[in-house]
Design a protein around this ligand. Structure first.
Ligand code: PGA
Length: 254
């Protein structure tokens, strides 16, 4: 059995006041039951210490939205290392989000290095992959995803580190658009992702958690999470509203 993981990507939203209020609201509403899914939030870097201070000892965990490929330190202006993230209690890190790929031109080679660094530091990387609308319409969905998954090739000789890997399928056309993939569309891709990972890392494929991301909301979470290969959600906009995020977390139990 794979444990559900619900992840909230706060992107570059919030300030000290609103983030403190969001944390309070989440902590007051979250249920500490044995069936509750694992839940993680990804605040912007400057708020990691605030989040760590408030969430330590709670059922919520936290992580970072990005990391530097080099570790533990060096001349990398503007970057943050895995060791630094660990010092702030991060257990997870997002890698290769489509906004990093598109806006900051992150390529698969760099993403592979970041994955390696995260795994070596015993962080749990959430590798984000997804196709654009044009690619889907041109029938290229699977070839794009296969290429993005090929970043796992360089990690093949370290199957034990790969047990910490998580993948998020986020079709770019569904991110922030209000237009989610249908549960059937997502399920089809998730099953293919698992099969591909079986090729690179046979020992982890059945345990691998594949999250869906892209306009997940309280209204569509339960039907997406009911699919056999959807093991959780990576939530953007709706994770900034405590009520909505809690409803998504609770949808894992329905
Ligand atoms: P969204 O974002 O839920 O606002 O579509 C998801 C993401 O970018 O991770």
């Amino acid at each position: 059995m794979r444990e559900y993981l619900i992840a909230g990507n706060w992107k570059m939203y919030g300030d000290g006041t609103s983030i403190a209020a969001l944390l309070e609201a989440l902590l007051s509403k979250i249920k500490q039951t044995s069936t509750a899914p694992q839940t993680v939030v990804f605040p912007p870097f400057p708020y990691l210490s605030l989040v760590a201070e408030r969430l330590r000892g709670s059922p919520l965990t936290w992580g970072a939205q990005n990391l530097c490929q080099a570790d533990p330190e060096g001349a990398f202006t503007g970057e943050v290392s895995a060791s630094m993230l660990k010092e702030f209690g991060c257990r997870f890190v997002l890698i290769g989000h489509s906004e990093r790929r598109v806006v900051y031109q992150e390529r698969d080679a760099l993403i592979a290095q970041k994955l390696k660094t995260a795994l070596a530091a015993q962080l749990q990387p959430i590798l984000c992959i997804g196709e654009t609308l044009a690619e889907r319409e041109d029938g290229l969905t699977w070839s794009v995803l296969k290429k993005q998954l090929a970043t796992l090739e360089s990690l093949q000789d370290n199957q034990s580190a790969l047990t910490n890997l998580i993948i998020a399928y986020e079709p770019v056309w569904a991110i922030g658009t209000g237009r989610s993939a249908t549960p059937e569309q997502a399920q089809e891709v998730h099953a293919q992702i698992r099969d591909t990972v079986r090729f690179y890392a046979p020992s982890i494929a059945d345990r691998l958690r594949v999250l869906y991301g892209g306009s997940v909301k309280a209204e569509n979470a339960a039907e997406l999470l009911a699919m056999p290969d959807i093991d959780g959600a990576l939530v953007g906009g709706a994770s900034l509203k405590a009520e909505q995020f809690i409803e998504i977390i609770n949808a894992c139990n329905n």
